[in-house]
Design a protein. Structure first.
Length: 413
């Protein structure tokens, strides 16, 4: 669901996209090419239907059939194995994308016009996941997100708490709220994956930049580099409500919207479901400060939607026409408005005011990717992190991370 004002804004944005297409381009002489568009986000099907309608009005010789299936990552792997590669593909910029890009199955967009309009830091976040060769960019970021701390502006003002800029500030704010009888952080560990936003933000800001390269080469370990991350993660959960382990993501969205906590460590993707409950207060978002130097804090941001196609596409010109259309600033901005996403193009900005404070981090390339996007899904990271928060056994947590990560690397090879 989307609040009424935002729905109106999105309608206007999409209408503008559709109207701009009405001028049309010359017909291709009656020959029609049909593109197979593999789209992974169920909540975006209707939005892409509208965007496809605009594209087809502008390109009468090209039809686009959107296909969304359950378990899209399994489905795309199956299709790639069968050499049945869709003409245009949308995927989350995560470890699966990195594995497939590294296998050399995706097109290299590094020299395309669309690639030049993407913010450099966003391109790096995607290419850091993996590529088919040195300097390649095997996907185009269509929408970005931000992981941070959603906060209740009314409660911060009521108790005179400033937006934390250091780790000590964050814990001091949590202590202030607890003393006042306000839950500092809302936890929802019934869904194991909700342990990952704070884990990602801490780990991304507390470990060396070359950690993944060194870990893959066997020169370091989680046991050596992650103790501070583990300690601070455990401390955050000391400030959540008593029923943290029985509350899930949906319950947390509703509870935060109803003012039951001052802060909620989540991603920008949580804004639409939170706002669906019509909170009576303003919501802000700030990067979780993991250390004591405000200047060293980086925003954890991922490519929520990456567009790509096969390295040797069946319909190269038509597929690129569709991708170029989707990468137009007006189209990217319209999509971002509906999904509370961050448009990754130069000169664009999110429509959701809650996201505006983090934009300087994006513009200045003070961003880094999600740690869990570097860890193969076979590790089952969310369950490992959840278990650590339950039992507090740091040594076992780090030992398990190392052993499962090593196993996953061996299976990849």
């Amino acid at each position: 669901m989307i609040r009424t004002g935002l729905r109106g804004l999105v309608a206007v944005g999409l209408a503008a996209v559709l109207l701009s297409a009405c001028a049309g381009l010359p017909s291709t002489g009656g020959h029609t090419v049909t593109l197979d568009f593999f789209q992974f986000k169920p909540e975006a099907v209707a939005t892409f239907d509208k965007l496809i309608a605009g594209f087809e009005a502008e390109h009468p010789g090209i039809r686009v059939e959107q296909h969304h299936v359950p378990s899209p990552e399994t489905a795309i792997r199956t299709r790639l194995v069968k050499d049945d590669i869709p003409d245009v593909i949308s995927l989350n910029g995560n470890s699966t994308f990195g594995e497939l890009a590294s296998a050399g199955v995706f097109y290299d967009f590094s020299r395309t016009k669309a690639a030049q309009q993407i913010l450099p830091g966003v391109k790096k976040v995607l290419s850091d996941l993996g590529s088919g060769g040195k300097g390649e960019l095997n996907g185009l970021p269509f929408a970005s997100n931000a992981s941070g701390v959603l906060y209740n502006k009314a409660l911060f003002a009521q108790y005179g708490v400033a937006v934390p800029r250091t780790w000590n500030d964050l814990i001091a704010a949590a202590a202030t709220f607890r003393k006042a009888g306000v839950t500092p952080f809302y936890g929802s560990l019934k869904d194991a994956w909700t342990s990952l936003p704070p884990f990602n933000q801490l780990a991304a800001n507390l470990t060396p930049a070359d950690f993944w390269k060194a870990r893959k080469a066997g020169r370091t370990s989680f046991a050596a580099q992650y103790p501070e991350t583990a300690r601070k993660l455990k401390e955050i959960y000391r400030y959540t409500q008593k029923d943290t382990f029985s509350r899930d993501y949906n319950a947390a969205n509703e509870a935060f919207a109803k003012g039951k906590a001052a802060m909620y460590v989540q991603g920008s993707y949580a804004l639409p479901p939170v706002k669906a409950y019509k909170p009576a207060f303003g919501i802000g978002l700030f990067p979780l400060p993991a250390g004591d130097d405000p200047g060293s804090t980086r925003l954890v941001s991922g490519v929520d939607v990456a567009l790509t196609m096969g390295r040797h596409p069946r319909h190269p010109e038509e597929s690129m026409e569709f991708i170029d259309y989707l990468m137009r600033p007006d189209v990217v901005s319209a999509y971002a408005a509906e999904q509370s996403a961050i448009p990754p193009l130069k000169g664009t900005a999110p429509s959701d005011p809650a996201l505006l404070p983090v934009m300087p981090y994006v513009a200045r390339n003070r961003i880094t990717g999600f740690v869990d996007h570097q860890i193969p899904r076979a590790v089952m990271l969310e369950a490992v992190v959840q278990q650590f928060i339950i039992d507090g056994n740091q040594a076992a947590f780090l030992r398990t991370l190392d052993s499962e990560y090593t196993k996953a690397l061996k299976r990849r090879v």
